[in-house]
Design a protein around this ligand. Structure first.
Ligand SMILES: [Zn+2]
Length: 212
């Protein structure tokens, strides 16, 4: 707090270097050296002000590790139970994909593969690479940094897409007469992976990409 505003013309500096806050409540840009009643809070909406999300890196790491741990039960335990004429049949994500391929339903098999294996894999490795690049201060071009920034924003906003795709598929797949489909324990872990990667993206302060 109380940082002097110091803008060097022609030099590439961040708003933080220049002493400006971005309010996360109302997106107001506030100079840290102007005096108002409560200096720690936004004068427009009252949200607490900080230059970077507090403990962003460690929180994102913790959430990412949790998501990686949950990937295992999500794939090992059955994700759904199909009751066909009273005979229950459990299927995991992988066995479900194999089933659709064997039945010749390639499009459904591919959609489930993309939504439940490929997308979570890219989200987890993507966030992991960004965190590693910051931790080890990798030399990355500005264009790549902008790409990383957009990736994080996308994961934060559209992360529920895979759960949505799977639920829509479940509603569309016709299992025939006297058949019911119910989610099994693996579905809880899979939802955990999706929700936790989403929170990891939200907890991460993407401006840290440019700080190094
Ligand atoms: Zn505000």
């Amino acid at each position: 707090m109380g940082k002097n505003i110091n803008v060097n013309k022609g030099k590439d500096i961040s708003a933080m270097d220049a002493g400006y806050y971005l309010c996360h409540g109302c997106h107001s840009v506030i100079a840290s050296n102007i005096s108002h009643e409560n200096k720690d809070a936004c004068m427009r909406c009252g949200t607490k002000l900080y230059f970077r999300k507090p403990n962003s890196l460690i929180k994102t790491w913790a959430l990412l590790v949790t998501a990686v741990i949950l990937v295992f039960p999500a794939n090992i335990f059955p994700i759904m139970r199909v009751n066909s004429l009273g005979v229950p049949d459990d299927s995991t994500i992988i066995s479900g994909i194999i089933y659709f391929f064997q039945e010749g339903n390639y499009s459904i098999g591919i959609i489930i593969f993309v939504a439940s294996i490929l997308v979570p894999f890219f989200k987890i490795t993507g966030i992991c690479l960004i965190l590693l690049s910051i931790y080890f201060k990798w030399n990355i071009s500005l264009k790549q940094k902008a790409l990383m920034f957009r990736f994080i924003k996308f994961v934060g906003r559209w992360s529920m897409l895979d759960i949505f795709v799977i639920s829509v598929l479940q509603a569309f797949i016709s299992f025939g007469y006297l058949t019911s489909v119910e989610p099994a324990s693996g579905a809880i872990y899979f939802t955990g992976v999706v929700v936790i990667t989403m929170f990891a993206a939200i907890t991460f302060d993407p401006r840290l990409i440019w700080d190094i």
